[in-house]
Write a protein that binds this ligand. Structure first.
Ligand code: GDP
Length: 318
């Protein structure tokens, strides 16, 4: 890759960590900075960092993220923190002369009732899904910032819209996580506690598209090399399944033998958000990780990580 220094913002998150693993296979220097040394919400700190480090490329994988209930509970964080992070990084990258930047968004930027599969052109053609509007508005602003700096200053800033992601380093906290890690945890704990049932939120009928985060990391590096256009580019698995089907799949992988019950008092969110990823496929990229294998991988990570957590808390009690 003809870039020697890449600043990866958000390297401790699920997406950032996967991109860091992927970039380790390239001949590049990856610059990272944790919360304790750089608060991305503080413009002055981001400016000082960019001026000092002067990266060749910036990958913006930092964001406040969460599942359907977290979005509803922390609207100020989801809108405010994300807007601040995006504006600070994109503006200060431009100011420091950074030519190339990759911004990571989300399929929730598209209208709630967009025609399926959703093409990039659907952006801003209809109302958003209210349960994740805060996050979606911030991500739309990020896309527009990339377009604005490209149009006004000729910067090569691109934006990539992934579908729902999962994998190592995911958030498994039941109050704030997305559905896939939540169900891994729920089925695992129900199996351990010999429970007879697991509660899945909503009706089970909404459909979602899931991709392993390592595929997304690979797409990020691919687009860094091959894509330089205005407007977002979709990146998904190419198929979706209902939450009920997902629950059944995870139940089988985790080997829980009880029942699945649906809690209709919890929100369903958008009915469907399958993206049309034909643009990235036409460029020569496609995902490689099978959903069943990917879920098994995420479950392994959860088991290992959970073991670490337990030994940490035991050590603290001693
Ligand atoms: P979304 O794709 O932005 O709606 O985010 P989520 O991953 O949080 O939710 C996807 C769908 O899974 C929604 O219809 C949820 O109601 C449903 N779901 C079922 N069980 C759970 C759960 O335990 N946690 C979460 N976050 N969602 C769940």
């Amino acid at each position: 890759m003809n870039a020697s220094r890449i600043f990866l913002a958000g390297h401790r998150g699920m997406v950032g960590a996967a991109i860091q693993r992927r970039l380790a296979r390239e001949n590049v220097d990856v610059l990272t900075a944790g919360h304790e040394t750089l608060d991305l919400r503080e413009q002055a700190d981001v400016r000082a960092y960019m001026e000092r480090e002067r990266p060749d490329v910036v990958v913006l994988a930092a964001a406040k993220v969460g599942g359907i209930l977290a979005n509803d509970s922390f609207p100020a964080d989801f809108l405010g923190d994300n807007l601040a992070i995006e504006l600070n990084i994109i503006h200060e990258a431009h100011r420091a002369g950074v030519e190339r930047l990759v911004f990571l968004g989300s399929s929730c930027i598209y209208p709630k009732f967009a025609a399926q599969p959703i093409r990039e052109e659907a952006l801003l053609t209809g109302a958003l899904e209210p349960t994740n509007e805060w996050y979606a508005i911030a991500k739309i602003a990020g896309i527009k910032l990339c377009q604005a700096y490209r149009r006004q200053y000729g910067r090569h800033y691109i934006s990539l819209m992934p579908c729902n992601l999962y994998g190592p380093n995911d958030n498994f906290d039941l109050a704030t996580s997305h559905v896939l890690p939540a169900l891994i945890r729920k089925f695992h704990e129900a199996k351990q506690d010999r429970k007879s049932e697991v509660v899945v939120w909503g009706s089970g009928t909404p459909r979602r598209e899931f991709m392993h985060v390592d595929d997304l990391a690979d797409a990020t590096v691919f687009l860094m090399r091959h894509y330089d256009e205005d407007g977002p580019i979709n990146c998904g698995a190419g198929f979706d399944l209902s939450i009920g089907e997902l629950a059944e799949k995870i139940r089988r992988i985790v080997e829980f033998e009880g029942r699945i019950v649906f809690d209709a008092t919890k929100p369903d969110g958008t009915p469907r958000k399958l993206m049309d990823s034909s643009r990235i496929v036409a460029q020569g990229w496609k995902p490689k990780i099978d959903l069943d294998e990917g879920i098994a991988d995420a479950y392994r990570w959860f088991l290992e990580h959970q073991a670490e957590e337990h030994s940490r808390t035991r050590a603290m009690r001693r």
